[in-house]
Design a protein around this ligand. Structure first.
Ligand SMILES: [Cu+2]
Length: 158
């Protein structure tokens, strides 16, 4: 069963990769773009590290922790941030806020959408409206030390 779930995830990722390879115009636009699936693993890696959405569209992002390590040691979240947010500063401020899912309350205005901290085999679905301004928006895992370790990515809005 577990293998099937992982396989399904990989197939979804493969589909996203194919769409991404088509350049901007093809099937992702039009409001029924389908889910974007992002995984986090025990090596503090997001996959994929970038995705593209249409400005102003409804977006569904599924974030899945595919690692095996305990949540306290290797939890992950996915926080999509406003354009221009300093990802390292955001995550540095988050470190003191375990009780708030590692989001600093004073920086919540910089958050477009964020999951809670997920343990192994957990997933959470985010649904939000993409920004109306085209550009690149960072996303991070704000679990302590994961952003500086490279757990960052980019949401392209076009
Ligand atoms: Cu993480």
């Amino acid at each position: 069963m577990k293998e099937n779930r992982i396989l399904n995830g990989l197939l979804v990722l493969a589909g996203i990769s194919i769409l991404a390879g088509c350049g901007g115009d093809a099937p992702q636009q039009g409001g029924s773009a389908g889910e974007i699936v992002i995984t986090g693993n025990d090596l503090m890696q997001f996959s994929p590290t970038e995705f593209t959405v249409e400005a102003g569209s409804e977006v569904t992002v599924v974030f899945r922790n595919i690692g095996r390590m305990p949540k306290d040691a290797m939890g992950h979240n996915l926080a999509i941030l406003e354009q221009g947010t300093d990802a390292n500063a955001f995550s540095a401020a988050a470190q003191r806020h375990r009780d708030n899912e590692y989001i600093a309350p004073e920086m919540e205005d910089s958050v477009i959408a964020a999951t809670r901290i997920l343990g192994p085999n957990e997933e959470e679905t985010l649904t939000f409206t993409a920004p109306s301004d085209a550009g690149d928006y960072p996303f991070v895992c704000s679990f302590p030390n994961h952003t500086p370790a490279g757990m960052v990515g980019t949401m392209h809005v076009e």
